[in-house]
Design a protein around this ligand. Structure first.
Ligand SMILES: C[S@@+](CC[C@H](N)C(=O)[O-])C[C@H]1O[C@@H](n2cnc3c(N)ncnc32)[C@H](O)[C@@H]1O
Length: 257
């Protein structure tokens, strides 16, 4: 599938993040799932796969308020300077040095008690392979929490309209693909949804920011006016207001008999 360079659309993604309650709603859903996660564990090794600038995990770790001594953090993010930013933002949540997944040679990489990948797997080159690799790194009693939007999400509907205009399928994965991949493994998977709102002052430039975040390089090829008009259905007074939701996957290995 296609890759997407979040370095090139950094400010557009930041605009989306600051005008959506998505992160807040995802944090609440993860925190609900993880309320009793520490159980008897003395340590938690967490992998944030596709951490971006760490803004999301910062909110999550603030909410979870786990002891700094118990938490070890490993990050993976293809945009190098974003991973550096994430590491400096998240260092205050752990007494241990923050590791990068890329540092250890493959067979010396640790296993993780918790893997979080928040709105990342759309952009996997090969989703089945990525999920296999994440599961290989998940500890026997570990949990993997994933958030993804599916075909009923308003932004994925925008992808559909845009790529239909280009007469090609959506070149990224969606929640339904993740569900299909997980179903090929012997796993215990709980799914839930988390509602959120996107709200911003209506202007062509602001509509365009959301489209740049969504389509990246593809945007140049798509007829501009048709795509901009897609926002008309969401106009409320002088704002765009979109109510939509994400899918959450809570993944564990089945209990051993
Ligand atoms: C929508 S952002 C989410 C960032 C962060 N998890 C959050 O919730 O704010 C998607 C992130 O996935 C990263 N990404 C893109 N392709 C990736 C890949 N193949 N593997 C891991 N991360 C990837 C991007 O660079 C970007 O930081």
């Amino acid at each position: 599938m296609a890759t997407k360079d979040f370095g090139a659309i950094e400010t557009d993604y930041a605009f989306f993040m600051s005008h959506a309650t998505e992160a807040k709603s995802d944090v609440q859903e993860y925190a609900r799932k993880l309320a009793d996660f520490p159980d008897g564990r003395t340590g938690i090794h967490l992998l944030d796969f596709g951490c971006g600038t760490g803004e999301f995990s910062q909110q999550l770790l603030e909410e979870l308020a786990w002891p700094k001594s118990a938490l070890t953090l490993t990050l993976f993010e293809p945009v190098d300077h974003q991973q550096e930013l994430a590491a400096s933002k998240l260092s205050r949540f752990s007494d241990h040095a923050i590791a990068s997944l890329g540092e250890a040679s493959y067979d010396r990489r640790p296993t993780f008690d918790l893997i979080v990948s928040n709105h990342v797997l759309y952009y996997a080159e090969d989703l089945a392979q990525t999920i296999d690799q994440l599961l290989e790194r998940l500890a026997g009693q570990g949990r993997m929490l994933l958030a993804m939007a599916g075909y009923e999400n308003a932004l994925i509907k925008l992808w559909k309209v845009g790529f239909d205009l280009l007469k090609q399928p959506i070149p990224f994965y969606v929640a339904e693909d993740v569900a299909d991949c997980l179903a090929t493994h012997n796993l215990h998977v709980e799914t839930s949804s988390a509602g959120y709102q996107i709200r911003f002052p209506d202007s062509e430039e602001n509509r365009w920011k959301i489209l740049r975040f969504l389509f990246g390089d593809y945007l140049r090829q798509i007829p501009r006016d048709e795509l901009l008009r897609e926002f008309d259905q969401y106009v409320q007074n002088d704002h765009i207001v979109i109510d939509t939701f994400s899918q959450h996957f809570d993944v564990q290995f089945p209990a051993q008999k």
